[in-house]
Each structure stands twice: as structure tokens, then as C-alpha cells.
Design a protein around this ligand. Structure first.
Ligand code: C5P
Length: 239
């Protein structure tokens, strides 16, 4: 069953805490991304832990292996269900992340968070990749980077829902996919280019759906999240 992750992309801790309170009973996972991680890290971690919610640290780490391993060790805490790195950091860096997560978790007596690797950002379309010097389209690049992530021991990858079917057929159902760029039909795309509806992402086989603005900017975030969960559940019954 796919799970919903709500991105806490709001500028201050009061707003983030209000969102957690509002959405708490829906049992979603919360995403602590750069805005909250750099803006108000201690408050967001403490609040998630006080409310006993699961969270995904969207740190998108990309540095030399030792530095990434050390950062992962600092991020392993109770409640940290997923932490991510950039696949473009390479196989040694991803391995260092996976090893650091499991070492630190066993020191703390916790279960190790899943390490996910970001493949190609969902705000990138084919033309943006050429500009960066990457040959081929998003699909080919995502598959190549996902193979490195799998070989490094990552639990799965962050990709667009468009790539999920291929990844599941190449790497198997157990290699997990986490998909941002989810837009309920009729909602604004913002800066996202490779988007899909919640129903389509679930049908494609995505394991985690990340949704930010369609929930956080909705007049009623609880109703917006509940509608997305209803759509996900309705389609899961048909998969
Ligand atoms: O508001 P929206 O639904 O576009 O939010 C998507 C979230 O997922 C943002 O926090 C963004 O940083 C994150 N993300 C993404 N694309 C990736 C990885 C993470 O949009 N490839």
C-alpha cells in the first residue's frame, strides 16, 4: 500500500507545527526538507518526536563519502524513517551513507532508516539534462542512477512517477520508489515538470507519494490530504 508523505515546506516552525497538528490523525509521514532543515531544525525534530510521527529527512546529501557518512550519523534519530542522498554523489558515497545509517542506528538501538537516492529532480525535463551535460532523456538517466543506488544498498530511489513502472520491472518490487511531482488533477504544477496524479502514481506502483503545495497551500490542508488519500486507496484496490 502506497504511503503519503507531506512536505513541510513552510517558512517557520509555528506553521510547520500547525500542519503536523492538523494532519496528525491521517497518519501520514512528514517530510523535513531544506526549508525546515536549515530554517528551524531543532524545533521540527523535537516536535515530530514529541508527537511521535514518522518523518523523512529530505537532506539530499551530496559530498565526499566521509562527510556524507558523518551527516547521516547526525541525522539518525527516533522517528527518522527515511533519509536521502543524491545518486550523482556516486556509489562510494551512497555506500558510506547506508553503512553510517546502520551503524548509528544500532548504537542507538533504533531500526536503521531507509536510505533513498535522488535520481533526477522532478523539476528537470529532458532539455535541462542536456544543458547539464547528461546524455539521454530523464528515463535513461534515472535507470542508470537507480542501478548504482541498488548496488550501493539503498532501499530505493526518488524519481518521478513516470519512471516507476520501468524501475519496478528492472529492479523488482522490493526496490522502493518515492515520487514527488504529484499533482491532483486541476492543481497548479508550480516548478514541477514531470508530474502525475495520485491515482496514476499508485497505479504505476509508487511506494511513497510526496505532496507539498497542493496540501500546504490548500484552504483546508486536512481536506486536501484526505482527498489525496481517498484517491490513493481507491486506486490501490484496483492495482
Ligand atoms: O510542493 P511540491 O508538491 O512540488 O513539493 C515536492 C517536494 O518534494 C519539495 O519539497 C521538493 O523539495 C521535493 N522533491 C522534489 N523532487 C525531487 C526530490 C524532492 O520535488 N526529485
Amino acid at each position: 500500500m502506497a504511503q503519503l508523505i507531506v512536505a513541510l515546506d513552510v517558512p517557520n516552525a509555528d506553521e510547520a507545527e500547525r500542519l503536523i497538528d492538523e494532519l496528525y490523525e491521517l497518519d501520514v509521514i512528514f517530510k523535513i526538507g531544506m526549508e525546515s532543515l536549515y530554517g528551524y531544525p531543532e524545533r521540527i525534530f523535537s516536535y515530530c518526536e514529541a508527537r511521535d510521527v514518522r518523518y523523512f529527512v529530505d537532506a539530499k546529501l551530496h559530498d565526499i563519502p566521509r562527510t556524507v557518512g558523518a551527516a547521516i550519523k547526525a541525522l539518525v534519530r527516533p522517528g527518522a524513517h527515511i533519509i536521502n542522498v543524491h545518486a550523482l554523489g556516486g556509489i562510494e558515497m551512497m555506500r558510506a551513507a547506508v553503512e553510517a545509517a546502520s551503524e548509528r542506528a544500532s548504537e542507538l538501538g533504533l531500526s536503521a532508516p531507509h536510505i533513498f537516492a535522488v535520481t533526477i529532480l522532478t523539476s528537470h525535463a529532458a532539455a535541462d539534462l542536456g544543458e547539464l551535460g547528461l546524455q539521454g532523456g530523464p528515463g535513461e538517466n534515472v535507470t542508470r542512477l537507480a542501478a548504482l543506488a541498488r548496488d550501493s544498498g539503498c532501499a530505493g530511489v526518488v524519481c518521478s512517477a513516470h519512471e516507476v513502472r520501468d524501475l519496478k520491472s528492472f529492479f523488482g518490487e522490493d526496490f522502493l520508489t518515492l515520487t514527488p511531482g504529484i499533482r491532483p488533477s486541476g492543481s497548479a504544477h508550480g516548478d514541477q515538470k514531470r508530474v502525475m496524479t495520485p491515482a496514476m502514481a499508485v497505479e504505476a506502483g509508487a511506494d511513497y507519494l510526496v505532496v507539498g503545495r497542493p496540501i500546504t497551500e490548500a484552504p483546508n490542508p486536512f481536506e486536501a490530504a484526505r482527498a489525496i488519500l481517498d484517491e490513493m486507496h481507491a486506486h490501490a484496490d484496483h492495482v
